[in-house]
Design a protein around this ligand. Structure first.
Ligand code: PLP
Length: 404
């Protein structure tokens, strides 16, 4: 029998599996045991695939051939991406400045794997999407975590960025709106970061725009190079159809940036998945070329659910969360409950204990803040049926009230 520890490469110990996927797996396991768990862990919108995307896939099926696609994506999809950047951000990209991957995640992975080596530093603001530091470590680099507190709306200032930059900095990863806080930078806040980046010509920028369309209360979205075009030559702008069009399962993401860098991303992908699925690309192209009105309606629907969960959680004595400006999550402080004891006599030492208590004794699932690099917090997704939002908040309320 194989000893797994001897078999696995050292790189396998440099990163963790995704904690939100672990939470989802735990809910599945408990549900299979017959438990009624309210799930506030979703990292994906719950709307159906857009009609235009379905129609494009049917048309592809009718054509009879579904073959390999170019590594950097079909020309039809890259043209649709070109159109999207022009329509939404006024940006012009040539077709060789665009590449396609199996999700935004793969694009980010390709970019880091293609460029980061031992000793390189990558600046990531915390709370962060869990994959950023893990991918940096997997690539052999060092994530430099900049803690952005709740009292500054979880956002990084120019000054904080400046302090984090060293002569080893290779990338600054920037996301707005962000997962897990929904923090959405204004143009002025982006300007402040851009001014610092202009002073440091050796720093490259990975700009993750995957939540672009999920901004609330009439806010407008701006991507980094739209605010500061002089950063274009060292920025990779990443995006995908997962969140905007509720197409997570179609696995299509894309990037635009300087042609040689974009070619390096494709080269990396050529020895893993090769070209992304032809079916997904046909669907994504149709979504990107299609209308945006239903996307706006869906965002409004998410905004209503955000308000429901925000009002319900903020009414619970001891919890403290801000109304998120974008994305799909509330990031809530549970500091008041650390040091308390559960009815079963367990001490709550940290946010992980708090979250385990909620699921084990409260029948409601959320994800601990430590997974996103900031404690003591938890992330609660408002992508859930309205009745589950109500029920979930009631359960959190009751569980909190039972802690002494
Ligand atoms: C900030 C952020 N970037 C990227 C992704 C990956 O998205 P995709 O489904 O396009 O791979 C996610 C998914 O949760 C995310 O939260």
């Amino acid at each position: 029998m194989t000893d797994i520890d001897t078999l696995l490469a050292p790189r396998m110990h440099r990163f963790k599996p995704s904690p939100s996927q672990l939470a989802t797996a735990r809910v599945r396991e408990l549900t299979a045991q017959g438990r009624d768990i309210v799930k506030l862990t979703a990292g994906e919108p719950d709307f159906p695939t857009p009609e235009v995307a379905k129609a494009a896939v049917m048309e592809l099926m009718e054509s009879g051939t579904v073959g390999y696609t170019p590594i950097n994506g079909t020309e039809a999809l890259r043209k649709a991406i070109q159109h999207k950047f022009k329509r939404d951000s006024g940006l012009d990209f040539a077709l060789n400045e665009i590449t396609v991957g199996s999700g935004t995640k793969q694009i980010l992975f390709n970019a880091l794997m293609a460029t980061v080596s031992e000793g390189d530093e990558v600046i990531v603001s915390a709370p962060y999407w869990t994959s950023y530091p893990d991918m940096v470590q997997l690539a052999g680099g060092t994530p430099v975590i900049v803690r952005c507190e709740q009292n500054r709306s979880f956002k990084m200032s120019g000054e904080m960025l400046k302090e984090a930059i060293t002569d080893k900095t290779k990338w600054f990863i920037f996301a707005s709106p962000t997962n897990p806080t929904g923090a959405t930078y204004t143009r002025e806040q982006i300007r402040e970061l851009a001014d610092v980046l202009l002073e440091h010509p050796n720093v490259y920028i990975l700009c993750d725009d995957v939540y672009e369309h999920l901004v609330f209360d009439g806010r407008s979205f701006a991507t980094l190079i739209e605010v500061e075009p002089r950063l274009r030559e060292r920025t990779i702008t990443c995006n995908g159809v997962s969140k905007a069009y509720s197409m997570t399962g179609w696995r299509v993401g894309f990037a635009a940036g300087p042609a040689p860098l974009i070619a390096a991303l494709s080269k990396m992908q050529s020895q893993s998945t090769a070209g992304s699925s032809a079916v997904g690309q046909a669907a994504a192209a149709a979504a990107l070329l299609g209308p945006l009105d239903y996307v706006k309606e869906r965002t409004k629907d998410l905004q209503d659910r955000r308000d429901m969960l925000y009002d319900a959680l903020n009414a619970i004595p001891g919890l403290r969360c801000d109304r998120p400006e974008g994305a799909m999550y509330l990031f809530c402080s549970c500091a008041a409950f650390i040091g308390k004891t559960t009815p079963a006599g367990k001490l709550i030492n940290n946010d992980e204990d708090f979250v385990h208590y909620l699921i084990d004794e409260g029948d409601v699932a959320v994800v601990q803040g430590s997974a996103y690099g900031m404690s003591p917090y938890f992330r609660a997704s408002f992508v859930a049926p309205r009745e589950d939002i109500v029920k979930g908040a009631e359960r959190i309320h009751a569980a909190c009230a039972n802690l002494v």
